[in-house]
Ligand binder design. Structure first.
Ligand code: CA
Length: 294
């Protein structure tokens, strides 16, 4: 293992995903989607608390009024962090097809929660991207998505970045934070086959994108202006799934991983797959997660 990467939790999560730093409580939330778990990791105490969800949980975000908002398999819900109780929040505009499930998501700069789907049967262009508005209405923002994953916004909130894993690309949209409208979609990063598939993503204070490369054993820092890789951090697991800046100074990079889809032999070769990692000195800083405003 490279010196700069440390294993924090040998969690063996089948599909560790969705790290998000809560600046108010100084904890990291992350999920095991297929394991139906929300994790609350306290770095100071090096303690990880596990809360169980009734269905797959694609992603979570802290909520301004307390607790979490989450994307369950086909709906949005709230979780009380004291009791672990899960409460439905809003119906979908149209039911999510049973072969799809909600996946990665994040709050935009004004606290609107975004989450997209993937097709578990591998159907092409069958996924969508939704928002849960602060007034708890759900809107369909984009359809014909391959596999909805990482999201990030620039500090001025005028650009949204979005990863469609199946397209092997990061797209940019002009963003209107007030209305949540996206337009002028263009590809800013094409990911070569031998880098793995682009999965989760975050942005640093210099506007550079940090992308976890599933199947690529790495997180890379990309310049969305040039489309070039600026830095690669290697991990001792192939399925590096998502990343988020955290810590008191937001200068550590937390990285989730998975063993979904691996054979017994592959798992034996990657005993740390599904672990939670940290890079203590990635050489950049991020922003704390925006809380859901609803
Ligand atoms: Ca993902």
């Amino acid at each position: 293992m490279a010196d700069e990467v440390r294993l924090l939790l040998d969690a063996k999560a089948e599909l560790g995903e969705g790290p998000v730093w809560d600046g108010r409580r100084q904890v990291l939330y992350w999920v095991n989607i297929l394991g139906k778990q929300v994790h609350v990791y306290d770095p100071k105490a090096n303690r990880d608390r596990v809360l169980v969800t009734p269905e797959f949980v694609g992603c979570v975000a802290p909520r301004r009024r307390g607790g979490l908002v989450m994307a369950l398999k086909d709906s949005f819900a709230a979780m009380d962090l004291e009791s672990g109780q899960v409460t439905p929040l809003a119906p979908m505009p149209k039911p999510v097809p049973p072969q799809n499930r909600l996946n990665d998501g994040k709050c935009d700069p004004i606290g609107r929660f975004w989450a997209g789907t993937l097709a578990m049967d591998g159907a092409k262009e069958a996924a969508s991207l939704y928002t849960l508005e602060p007034d708890l209405r759900v809107s369909l923002k984009l359809d014909k998505v391959g596999l909805s994953n990482g999201l990030a916004w620039t500090a001025d909130a005028r650009t949204m970045y979005f990863i469609d894993t199946r397209a092997r690309a990061v797209a940019a949209f002009d963003y209107d934070a007030e209305t949540g409208s996206i337009r002028n979609r263009r590809i800013v990063i094409d990911v070569p086959q031998d880098h793995g598939s682009p999965d989760g993503m975050t942005i640093d204070t210099e506007g550079m994108l940090w992308v976890a490369h599933w199947g690529g054993s790495r997180v890379q820092r990309w310049d969305p202006k040039s489309g070039k890789v600026l830095k690669a951090i290697r991990f001792p697991v192939s399925a590096t799934s998502s990343c988020a800046f955290g810590g008191p100074n937001l200068d550590r990079l937390y990285v989730t991983s998975a063993w979904e889809g691996m054979s017994a032999e592959q798992r034996a070769n990657e005993p740390l797959a599904g672990g939670l990692f940290v890079c203590d000195n990635p050489g950049a800083r991020g922003y704390p997660a925006v809380e859901f405003a609803g």
